[in-house]
Design a protein around this ligand. Structure first.
Ligand code: HEC
Length: 186
């Protein structure tokens, strides 16, 4: 009997773990690191910035990286309806190197290996938005302290609630309709 209960508990735990992974639920390790959602490549793709730079005098980059932005599907659906990010929103920035002369390509740029990944998550239980960095293929992200420039640049220049919705084309209209869109960067 005990064995049956133990087995049942085990399968319930396994089932919950699968559900959590599939739903892209926000998960942390015991020491407060963010777990990289395994299925984020099946989430909603918001945009790819190429070689973006924020300084007026920056030299052009001969090898500009791509920045792919993904969001968990539940938060995306909610944003389309309300123009507001719900609690437990997870946004990921996947930075990839770019290359030009690959295969038949003679010009323009294509994406290659992952350089690093960053996370921006909204979690009321942890006091609101927070940034995490996943270095060198790490599956766990380290929290950036509130003094990091992530918070100030995103806070001042992000069009909606510290996120860069002005660069995510399908979200601009829902945000403007909801009145959550703030004009920035002029
Ligand atoms: C000088 C301004 C600036 C700083 C500093 C900055 N970011 Fe961003 N961040 C941006 C811009 C602009 C985008 C939109 C990228 C795009 O469109 O490809 C962005 C997008 C993101 C996204 C995608 C979700 C969102 O919030 O829109 C994440 C995640 C992110 N940044 C993480 C970080 C982290 C982590 C740091 C600090 C280590 C950081 N950023 C520092 C300007 C900044």
């Amino acid at each position: 009997m005990r064995k049956v209960i133990a087995l049942t508990l085990l399968s319930v735990a396994a089932f919950c773990a699968t559900l959590a992974a599939q739903s892209g639920a926000l998960q942390y390790t015991n020491d407060g690191q963010m777990v990289l959602p395994k299925d984020y490549r099946q989430w909603v793709f918001l945009s790819a910035g190429l070689g973006m730079t924020y300084k007026a005098d920056a030299a052009p980059n001969a090898n500009p990286p791509f920045e792919n932005v993904f969001v968990n599907p539940k938060a995306y659906q909610e944003f389309l309806k309300t123009g507001v990010w719900p609690d437990k929103t997870v946004l990921l920035l996947e930075v990839r190197a770019s290359e030009s002369r690959v295969s038949i390509n003679k010009n323009g740029r294509v994406q290659s290996n992952i350089l690093h990944i960053e996370g921006h998550v909204k979690d009321h239980a942890k006091g609101g938005w927070a940034f995490y960095g996943f270095k060198d293929g790490a599956q766990k992200g380290t929290l950036f302290p509130k003094t990091a420039d992530c918070y100030s640049c995103h806070g001042q220049n992000g069009a909606v609630d510290t996120t860069f919705v002005q660069f995510y084309p399908t979200l601009v209209d829902p945000a403007k309709k909801a009145g959550s869109f703030k004009e920035t960067g002029h």
